[in-house]
Design a protein around this ligand. Structure first.
Ligand SMILES: [Zn+2]
Ligand SMILES: [Zn+2]
Length: 60
């Protein structure tokens, strides 16, 4: 963990930090509505699947 760096949200598909400059999207899990799913610009583009860590829901 580096110091002085704002914690970035992790993409639910590729598990990489989502940079503020990226045109990423985030939304509540469509199944449990309890967790926020993040998708990076690339994962959106390639329609990678994401998985909700709370309920295990997988979506395109
Ligand atoms: Zn991603
Ligand atoms: Zn969920």
């Amino acid at each position: 963990m580096s110091q002085g760096v704002v914690t970035l949200p992790l993409c639910n598909s590729c598990n990489r930090p989502v940079k503020p400059a990226e045109r990423a999207v985030h939304f509540n899990c469509p199944n449990c509505h309890e967790t926020v799913i993040w998708r990076s610009e690339k994962c959106r583009k390639f329609s990678r699947r994401y998985k909700c860590l709370n309920c295990g829901f997988e979506g395109p």
